[in-house]
Design a protein around this ligand. Sequence first.
Ligand code: HEM
Length: 225
Amino acid sequence: MDEKTCRFLPAWDPVLRFLHWWNAAAMTAMAATGIIFMVCGPDLPEGTEDALVSIHASVGFLFGAGVLARIIWLFIGTETARWTDMLPISAHHRKVFADTVRFYLRGFRGETPLYLAHNSFAGPVYLGFFVLAAVQVASGSSMLGLPEEIRSKSMAQELHATVFLLLLLYIIAHLVAVFIHEIAEKRGIVSAMIHGKKTFTDDERDSILEAHPLAQKGDFDERKD
Ligand code: HEM
């Protein structure tokens, strides 16, 4: 990257960033308490088990609120936060999708895909995550207050355990992908999820402004380093 001409383009709005870290923190707390139940549930002293259940359920409601807010933001949020930025529906997004597949097939070497906000290959996975997260909150809340003997035989519990494993897989895949893209692209994607802006060279910025349907419409502020 030409170090003199770093360009910062806004990719993520503050609401999306806040909800990202809110949901990530809530999921970490729920996964931790969930794993403790799964591994040593029957051996836990009653008081400890009750305390864990109420932490798990309370954080679950906070997570539910975060997921619901993010789903609403998919429809009324800023342009890079909407569902339309996540799916390969425009020519630009389809190109990003194909470039990402090629980049993976090359073993993460060579030219990296160029996109402003959501990667169109990851976008459908993110949408799948929102659906799974909503199912998880619904199945968890439907079991609240049920006596143990009914809860342990319910469909809701089976669903809750299966979706939990899928969400765990999502987190592992997400962290591996973020790590690979951070190293290969060098566009500061992790810090962009904190302050909102990704870093591009002059040429990359010009290509994005030429090709991205959202960038063409908006007046992205930018600054020279
Ligand atoms: C553990 C729970 C996590 C969940 C559920 C989660 C979920 C998501 C979702 C849904 C998106 C898409 C943005 C959106 O539309 O809201 C996203 C993007 C992103 N996440 Fe996470 N995330 C998690 C943890 C993390 C962690 C720990 C990191 C940092 C190490 C991270 C870094 C990122 C980055 C950098 C992006 C943007 C990727 C890009 O620029 O293409 N995430 N995440």
